[in-house]
Write a protein of this length. Sequence first.
Length: 245
Amino acid sequence: MATKKKTTRKRAASKKAATGFDAWVRRVRRWALRAALLVMAFFVAWIALYSVVPVFATPYMVAERVRYGPLEKDWVSIEEIAPVMPRSIVAAEDANFCTHWGFDMSAIRDAIADGATRGGSTISQQVTKNAFLWQGRSWPRKALEAGLTPVVELVWSKKRILEVYLNVAEFDAGVFGVEAAAQHYYGTSAAALDPGQAARLAVLLPNPKARAPDNLSVGLQQHAARIADGAETIRRDGRSACFED
């Protein structure tokens, strides 16, 4: 009889412990869900704010400010940029910019087919990374980029996405935005850039700290010429319509 009571008490204690553990797991899940929702709400609010407010600083700019000191940057609206410049950026970086929803699946498939030796990131993905996240190839950053890019596409117009991109992209060490780049390299404004200058600035973006528009290799000069042709092509065939309305 005593043994039976002892066994019953052990079962009750075990059941109580299991119940307590289950309750703890439920609490952890609730807090994790709340934390995830708070993080998402924070980013949505941040994205909504930047749909109307100029992006004067990004996490990467802050890091570069620590490294190099004062930065060269000057926000300008897309109306203050020569139309050939955004066309050149699209021709160089994301020819299907006006037709995709943030991810260019054909470019991603091509990148995979090439063994990931070239990137498949769209301008939308790049501007999401540049404006809100840190640099690097870590999985947490890529996961956040994948989650936030559709939100950026939903909240911002294509014109706004390109406007922000043109103002936060780095064109040389500590030189951010096309206005600063135009002044830095050509002593002129973004509004006065000609097709050749725009194409040479666009060719810098994959590796701006190792390239200069007045000292391009033969291969990069040829690439700049292709970008200039591509910029004119997307003007003619209407693929620039989403940011030139």
